[in-house]
Write a new protein. Sequence first.
Length: 323
Amino acid sequence: MQAWQVHENGEPSEVMRLAEVDRPTPGDGQVLLRVRAANVNFPDALMVRGQYQVRPPLPFTPGVEICGETEDGRRVLANPALPHGGFAEYAVADAAALLPAPGSLDDAEAAALHIGYQTGWFALHRRARLEAGETLLVHAAAGGVGSAAVQLGKAAGATVVGVVGGAEKAAVARELGCDVVIDRRAEDVVAAVKEATGGRGADVVFDPVGGEAYTQSAKTVAFEGRIVVVGFASGTIPSPALNHALVKNYSVLGLHWGLYNTRNPKLVQHCHEQLTDMAARGAIRPLVSERVALDHAAAAVQRVADGVTTGRIAVVPQNGAAA
C-alpha cells in the first residue's frame, strides 16, 4: 500500500515521504481499516516536528483521525494506532474504540466530527458547563477545532464571539454562525470583546492558541467566567497569573480530550451519540474546506502547520470514497 512516512523530525513538507510499504498487521484487540478519509489536525504537524506530547517511534505514518471501513464493510470513525497513522491506504485501530460513522455526513465530514468536535463538546459542556444565554469567546474561530466550538456554542444557545486572523477567516467565522467576529489583525481584541459584551466580558473562553490569545482571554473573561485551555497553536505556552484569577473570580480549566479514551471511554461514546444526533438534525456540520488526494497530504499538513487554513483539510486516498 501507499503511506506517508516520517524518518526524521522536521517541517512536514520536508520530511514526509510517500512510500510503498506493507499493509500494517493488527495486534491483539486491533482491526485493519481501509482509509476512506483522513483529516489533517494540528497535532499531526506537531508530531511530524517532534513537538507533540506523543512521540511515535521513527519511522511513522502521521494521521490521527480517520473515517475508515472495516473488513466486514462497516463505516467507522477511529484514531489510528501509531505508528500506523491515517495518511495511508490502510491503518489499524483499537477495535474497542471504534465509533459508527454518522450516516448524515460524508466520509470527510464524518472524520472531522471526531477529535475537534469531541474536544469542543468536552471543553464547553464537561469542563466549562456552558449554559444557554451565556457569551462564549472562541479564539481561532475559523480553524478546525475553533469552528467546531463555534457550532457547538450556537447549538447550546450561547452568544458566540469569534476571534480570527484576517478578512478571509472573518468571513468563514460569520458563515459558521458567530454573532460577533473580531479580526485580531485589524482590531483591539480586548476592547472589541468588552464593547460586544457591554463591558461584562465572556462567560466562557475557548482557547486553542495560547500566547497572546491567553493574555486577551484573562483580560476579557467575565466575573465567575471560565477559560478552557485546549492547546497552544501559537507555539507559546502562557504562565497564568493566579493572583489575577483570584482578584477577578474566574477559573482556568485544562482540557486534554485524549485522556477520556482511557479514563472514561463511556463518556466518549455518550459524546459521540450527542454529536451524531446534532449532525442528523443539522445543528452542526463540520467545515471541510478542502479534499485532497493522498499524494498531496504533506502539503496539506504543512498548510495546517503554517496556520493558513480554515476548517479541516481531508486527505482522501484513491481507494477511498468521498461520498
